[in-house]
Write a protein that binds this ligand. Structure first.
Ligand SMILES: *[C@@H]1O[C@H](CO)[C@@H](O)[C@H](O)[C@H]1NC(C)=O
Ligand SMILES: *[C@@H]1O[C@H](CO)[C@@H](O)[C@H](O)[C@H]1NC(C)=O
Ligand SMILES: *[C@@H]1O[C@H](CO)[C@@H](O)[C@H](O)[C@H]1NC(C)=O
Length: 404
């Protein structure tokens, strides 16, 4: 009996027609026919087989690829405890596969022991939601600027998941050069050549295969680089007693230790005349400020702002030169000369790509006292610096003391 059921699995095609002929006395398969099933792993799969006019015959369920008989009539034949059969009404036989596993995927057959056998088949697909394996998926990384990095994301699941990389904060990922920036990148590996500070931040690898839930892992990429310092105004004229603020901008990661030195090369501490401030900006940017409450004779000379981290030290110089204290002028001559100065000044600033911010504060400035030689030197320097402040230029050596 069991053998009779099992053997003719592959030679029934011509008999299905006869079985489905309503005029025949033989049993026939009813509608709906056996379905294909897709279930998530762990869920129950239920195939239903409808047979009209069964008569004295019996309905069996088989697993096609192993030629295993699972059930006959109301009896479970297999030793697999996850298999059950139910008979609903007169004509419906249901095969239950509980707690499905991936190995349950395959063809299943509903067979009637007519002579020869009649059968229909359905496919069970057990799908598995995506998962991201801890290994070899990358963990948080710390790299030097200029190096090459590969972030890996090992995802499993059925069907095989696709992996997508995004920046957690949004924005684009540039892989190897500045023309290839995309908001997302597909593939299990994210390869970035010549890393820059702009690559720093959290990345997400997202695995999805159409089976919920989609999963993601966050990988923090930290980029280390030597401090870089730049200065807008390298030459600053001031008179004794004037109060002013010197500024340096710095980029560094890890965060640098910063300090200022005065013309005697001594490190400046906050006191009644100096106030040192650092104002953090973006993650690796900051502005260093030195407030001089009242300029004294010993302040004329070069101040240095210094930024140091584990990768090195960089400094910038600001030269403070003496100008005469502005005097009050006759109102008649003042307007014209001031206008001339302003035009020249903004021209210089624009050429250097700088903000239009007067070097000297206050209205009462004698135009003769503006050192155009110095202003030009400063602008030229700044152009030079902007040109060299490329992505790959990690170290900018600042030229101090442009004119003495
Ligand atoms: C079941 O899937 C197979 C291929 O996997 C397909 O040929 C067949 O038509 C499907 N049957 C139904 C009822 O969808
Ligand atoms: C990084 O990758 C580029 C391009 O593949 C290669 O030219 C360069 O030598 C690599 N740099 C390092 C440090 O491996
Ligand atoms: C300060 O140091 C620089 C070199 O860093 C040197 O050229 C200069 O003479 C020093 N100034 C004083 C006053 O020591």
């Amino acid at each position: 009996m069991l053998h009779a059921l099992a053997i003719p699995v592959f030679c029934i095609a011509t008999w299905v027609t006869a079985l489905n002929d309503p005029s025949s006395d033989l049993p026939r398969f009813g509608k709906p026919s056996l379905n294909n099933l897709t279930v998530s792993v762990g869920r129950e799969a239920i195939f239903t087989c409808i047979v009209e006019a069964l008569g004295p015959y019996k309905v069996a369920w088989l697993r096609v690829d192993t030629q295993t008989i699972l059930t006959i009539s109301n009896h479970v034949i297999t030793k697999n405890h996850r298999i059950a059969v139910t008979h609903i009404g007169h004509r419906t036989w249901a095969l239950h596969i509980k707690d499905t596993r991936q190995t349950d995927s395959g063809w299943y057959m509903c067979q009637v022991n007519t002579d020869p056998m009649s059968s229909i088949v359905g496919f069970l697909e057990v799908v598995v939601p995506p998962d991201i394996l801890d290994y070899p998926t990358s963990t948080d990384m710390v790299v030097r600027e200029g190096s090459n990095v590969t972030l890996r994301c090992a995802a499993t699941g059925t069907p095989e998941p696709t992996v997508t990389w995004r920046r957690e904060t949004g924005g684009t990922i540039s892989l190897s050069n500045w023309h290839e920036a995309a908001s997302s990148v597909e593939g299990p590996e994210l390869e970035i050549t010549r890393i820059t500070r702009l690559h720093m931040g959290p990345y997400l690898c997202i695995a999805s295969n159409g089976v919920p839930p989609t999963v993601s892992k966050r990988i923090l990429l930290t980029v280390h680089f030597q401090p870089m310092v730049w200065i807008e105004n390298q030459l600053v004229g001031a008179y004794e007693g004037q109060s002013l603020t010197l500024e340096c901008h710095s980029e560094a990661h890890p965060s640098p230790i910063t300090y200022w030195t005065r013309p005697t090369n001594e490190t400046i501490a906050n006191d009644e005349n100096y106030k040192v401030e650092t104002i953090p900006k973006k993650s690796y940017e900051m502005t260093m400020k030195l407030v001089i409450k009242s300029v004294r004779v010993q302040d004329f000379g070069s101040f240095r702002c210094v930024a140091t981290n584990s990768l090195g030290e960089t400094d910038g110089r600001i030269k403070l030169y003496k100008i005469d204290k502005p005097t009050t002028r006759r109102p008649g001559t003042r307007r014209e000369s001031k206008k001339t100065w302003k035009i020249d000044h903004s021209h210089e600033k624009k050429a250097a790509g700088m903000k239009d911010e007067p070097m000297l504060k206050g209205d009462d400035i004698d135009d003769e006292q503006i050192d155009f030689q110095s202003a030009t030197a400063s602008s030229a320097f700044h152009r030079h610096l902007l040109t060299n402040f490329g992505i790959t230029a990690i170290t900018v050596i600042l030229v101090g003391g442009l004119s003495t």
